[in-house]
Design a binder for this molecule. Structure first.
Ligand SMILES: Nc1nc2c(ncn2[C@@H]2O[C@H](COP(=O)(O)OP(=O)(O)O)[C@@H](O)[C@H]2O)c(=O)[nH]1
Ligand SMILES: [Mg+2]
Length: 364
């Protein structure tokens, strides 16, 4: 009897050890296989292209047809550039044509000073082209590409081989934080990562339900508190839960509204602090911005970048915006790279931002 009991206990202990070891190994293996290590812009671009291709393929599968291309999704932004570009092609070296382009850039929310700088530089670049329309357009494209380039857009994970890494999402209400987390959860889970969602928006009761629907769709674990619970403690619990499961990644949602603006920023600072206090490390704080709000959104964005150390921007609703130029303004004025863009409400409608692809899509 005692021997049997001992044997059972030993078997249970061995099984528990195996689970623990597997969790660690799985976490480490996933980490080493995970894309996103800092690399050159070209390598990041190639990786982005592969992901865009994969996402497009998956969306096509789901819809039973080919997915709309980035070019199609950017039709509104593209239309904003079409008229001035035609003028430029017709009278490629005339001052009026260049003024039209400057105005188009301003209307597309590139920003006043930046638009003028871009056009001046493009004119100088095209100076030797002798009015060749193709060369003039190429000069403008090259100038935009150059302004947009030079950032590391990978989504960082812990470099110590341990898990979890925490990606925190901040931004005003309705910008698309929860939707972006839902899309990313699917993408990361499909790529083999262990993902846990943290329902840190405890301000609205429906917010956690919305996140729970996304969790179900991707079959990932979610940690939620009761309505009105302390957001920082919900995120802390999610991080500990992820560590216990050997999950690689915690995607933490936050509220976009609080009782007063100061409270919101103070709350976010607390969430940011507490998220890294336990077993996790915050490797990304992503500011989610709605592209349709243009320069107004940018003013709000500054409050967030002042309060928390924002590592990247997710620009959503680019599909419905004629203000695609905000991508340039975000980077020029906030000094933070746009890492992802949202181009629709479906799960596959989130693409890594690639400067060349974006400029190509705007002008094609
Ligand atoms: N067209 C479009 N709609 C989006 C995109 N991202 C989010 N949305 C929609 O924007 C609305 C607000 O999104 P939500 O994730 O709830 O915003 P949150 O308050 O920041 O969490 C929802 O109706 C989303 O479906 C996008 O990239 N394109
Ligand atoms: Mg939300």
């Amino acid at each position: 009897m005692t021997l049997e009991l001992l044997a059972v206990l030993a078997a249970v202990a061995v099984a528990a050890l195996a689970v623990a070891v597997t969790a660690t190994v799985v976490c480490r293996r996933r980490r080493s296989a995970a894309p996103g290590a800092a690399g050159s812009e070209t390598a990041a671009g190639e990786a982005a292209d592969r992901v865009v291709g994969r996402l497009a393929g998956r969306a096509a599968e789901a819809a039973g047809g080919p997915a709309p291309s980035l070019r199609d999704r950017l039709s509104k932004a593209r239309a904003a550039f079409a008229g001035p570009l035609t003028a430029l092609e017709r009278a490629s070296t005339s001052t009026e044509a260049w003024t039209e382009v400057t105005e188009a850039l301003i209307r597309a929310d590139v920003g006043l000073a930046t638009s003028s700088e871009i056009v001046e530089a493009a004119r100088a670049r095209a100076g030797g082209a002798g009015g060749d329309p193709t060369a003039v357009k190429a000069a403008l494209q090259a100038e935009l590409r150059e302004r947009l380039g030079g950032f590391d857009r990978s989504l960082a994970r812990r470099s110590d081989g341990a898990c979890p890494s925490v990606w925190l999402f901040v931004g005003v209400n309705g910008t698309g934080k929860t939707t972006t987390i839902g899309k990313l959860a699917k993408r990361e889970a499909d790529a083999g990562a262990g993902v846990v969602l943290a329902a840190g928006d405890t301000f609205r009761a429906a917010a956690a339900d919305q996140l729970a629907m996304w969790a179900e769709r991707s079959s990932v674990h979610i940690v939620r508190g009761s309505a009105g619970a302390d957001p920082a403690s919900v995120v802390y619990d999610a991080v500990e839960s992820a560590a216990a499961r050997g999950a690689d990644l915690v995607l933490a949602d936050t509220a976009g509204r609080f009782h007063t603006e100061h409270n919101l920023m103070a709350e976010l600072q607390k969430v940011r602090r507490v998220a890294g206090k336990g077993s996790g490390v915050v490797t990304e704080t992503l500011l989610v911005l709605d592209a349709t709000t243009g320069q107004n959104g940018l003013a709000q964005a500054r409050q967030f970048t002042d309060a928390v150390d924002v590592t990247g921007v997710v620009l959503t609703k680019l599909d419905g915006s004629a203000k695609g130029g905000i991508v340039v303004a975000v980077q020029a004025e906030l000094g933070v790279p746009v890492k992802l863009v949202g181009v629709g409400e479906q799960v596959a409608d989130l693409v890594p931002f690639d400067a060349s692809e974006f400029v190509e899509a705007l002008f094609s």
